[in-house]
Design a protein around this ligand. Structure first.
Ligand code: IMP
Ligand code: MG
Length: 178
């Protein structure tokens, strides 16, 4: 993979993300205020930074678990087929579940993950996504809480990769090919 043929331009600053995280966590804590059985489920690997920041802002008792689905591979086209690479460790039946996703793009991943988790009979199943690209949607689905709506650009940083790189940027940037 050639990482020298593109640059990353800043799109959303670390400071804006932190402020948005705080606001989202307040709304989510309010919504689940009566729960003592919340499981926050991060979709690996793109959500690992977001879940760490968001979970620490939640004023709720919660557990953390992870689910990994197949990703784009090394290119920017979404594959319509979604496979579970790593399942949850814990049971979710009768529990409140908050899924944390990095980006809702075509919507296929979220559609598949929600159907899978719903089939296990959680009490409530909600989704918080950091980014949303509504113009790319192929499945009629949306997150219950969204950090930022963005245009149809390929973005990286804050956990999100391009061919596994750039996850460690503290902000969101867009990939610009030279
Ligand atoms: P969907 O199934 O098309 O909604 O794809 C969702 C997944 O595609 C996200 O969880 C990301 O892992 C990946 N993805 C979508 N857009 C981007 C992007 O701009 N940069 C990096 N990964 C992306
Ligand atoms: Mg993903």
């Amino acid at each position: 993979m050639d990482h020298s043929n593109y640059t990353v331009e800043p799109m959303i600053s670390a400071k804006s993300i932190a402020a948005r995280c705080e606001a989202l966590a307040a709304e989510i804590s309010d919504y689940f205020h009566d729960t003592d059985k919340l499981i926050v489920v991060g979709l690996l690997r793109g959500s690992f930074v977001f879940i760490a920041d968001l979970a620490r802002e939640l004023s709720l008792p919660c557990e953390v678990d992870f689910l990994e689905t197949s990703s784009y591979g090394n290119n920017t086209e979404s594959s319509r087929e979604v496979r579970i690479l790593k399942d949850l460790r814990g049971e979710i039946e009768g529990r409140d579940v908050l899924v944390i996703e990095d980006i809702v793009d075509t919507g296929h991943t979220l559609h598949h993950v929600k159907a899978l988790l719903q089939s296990r009979n959680p009490a409530r199943l909600k989704v918080c996504a950091l980014l949303d690209k509504p113009s790319r949607r192929e499945v009629d689905i949306s997150a219950d809480w969204t950090g930022f709506e963005i245009p149809d650009e390929f973005v990286v940083g804050y956990g999100i990769d391009y061919a596994q790189r750039n996850r460690n940027l503290d902000h969101i940037g867009k990939v610009v090919f030279k």
